[in-house]
Design a protein around this ligand. Structure first.
Ligand code: ATP
Ligand code: MG
Length: 333
């Protein structure tokens, strides 16, 4: 079975509880079933960009994806089998790794200087982005075992791998993607730019500036990456209430702010997509050992509840953060 077939069968297996006849697997079976679904006016479910890309190629036309619920339900754990190369441009020394599903991923290490909170932010913010319909490379948990990279000549990398044995986080690797660069003439559609501004204000993300956009252009779409510095409230749980209501002044440096001419529309569209049950589901995917105790939330489940409460409060601050974003934009123009 080649990689393509393996992926298709894999997807068929994962989809069987939702819509698929388990006997009709393989590339052809899957094709027949997905075509039937599309004719029936329903959307095809996907579970990662590898798969999306694969289906898009099969259909040879844009396919709409109701991927969010399914992807969340399917957050997978893979095992890293090969350390391919470090991504030196990333401050946390992420790396491309191969996993036992034969996929390539960008691995963010738990043992990096930023610690597990960066992975928590990456997972929570990334999945919130996906819930809002934004392109975020599929997120997986990655098990790193002590033997990975044992032959790496670089001591810094070996130390990082040793400090990261256990569960880490990775994003589907987007081969051939390039960073969004306004100076090189890249432009964003007003609807997408407005959604991006809303999203980054919601998750208090300071890492979407012209200097460091963390937006990848891939197959003519923009993908959102690097959310490790978002949700900065979780470095200081004392001031959670106040932080949840911040208008978020750093939005003035957002790389897409110049194009974000439809912020009120984005607010009307996006706010209803975030509900307590969406937050519960997303927070439920954070591994227990990333949820270190803080005063007032000593156990993983208490900490999950605290995150959900924060998000619920943050949503109530939407009028204030969109006002700030529009004010900052008016100043910019
Ligand atoms: N899913 C992906 N597919 C392809 N390339 C990626 C992907 N994720 C990250 N990269 C590349 O790796 C670089 C580093 O990744 P990322 O920004 O997530 O790391 P970081 O250590 O948090 O970086 P920073 O220095 O911005 O804090 C990105 O600038 C991008 O070039
Ligand atoms: Mg980055």
């Amino acid at each position: 079975m080649d990689r393509r077939e393996r992926r298709a069968t894999d997807v068929a297996g994962m989809l069987k509880n939702i819509m698929i006849n388990p006997l009709e697997t393989g590339v052809d079976g899957l094709l027949r079933q997905t075509e039937r679904k599309n004719r029936g006016g329903q959307f095809l479910f996907g579970c990662g960009h590898g798969y999306r890309c694969y289906f898009a190629r099969l259909f040879d036309k844009p396919t709409r994806w109701a991927s969010y619920t399914f992807e969340i339900a399917m957050l997978r754990t893979v095992h890293a089998t090969r350390y391919v190369t470090p991504l030196r441009e990333g401050g946390s020394l992420p790396a491309i790794v191969e996993a036992d599903d034969l996929g390539l991923y960008v691995l963010k290490f738990r043992g990096a200087g930023q610690g597990p909170l960066a992975l928590v932010a990456e997972l929570l913010a990334g999945e919130i982005g996906r819930a809002l319909g934004l392109n975020v490379p599929a997120i997986v948990l990655v098990d790193v075992d002590p033997l990975l990279g044992r032959n790496e000549p670089d001591q810094e990398i070996r130390d990082l791998l040793q400090a990261s044995v256990g569960l880490n986080l990775a994003l589907d690797y987007l081969p051939g993607s390039v960073m969004f660069d306004p100076a090189a003439g890249d432009r964003a559609d007003p609807e997408l730019a407005s959604s991006a501004v809303w999203f980054d204000a919601f998750i208090t993300n300071v890492d979407r500036t012209a200097h460091n956009p963390n937006l990848l252009c891939w197959h003519k779409s923009i993908y959102f990456i690097d959310h490790g510095a978002a949700l900065y409230f979780h470095h200081n749980w004392q001031d959670v209430k106040q932080m949840a209501s911040t208008p978020f002044a750093p939005i003035r440096k957002h790389v897409l702010l110049p194009w974000a001419s439809k912020i009120p529309d984005a607010d009307a569209r996006l706010r209803p997509l975030l509900t307590k049950s969406v937050f519960d589901q997303i927070v439920g995917h954070v591994p227990d050992d990333w949820l270190l105790p803080v005063p007032g939330a000593e156990t993983p489940s208490a900490k999950r509840a605290a995150y959900v409460q924060y998000f619920t409060q943050r949503l109530l601050a939407a009028p204030s953060f969109i006002k700030e974003a529009m004010r900052a934009r008016a100043e910019l123009l």
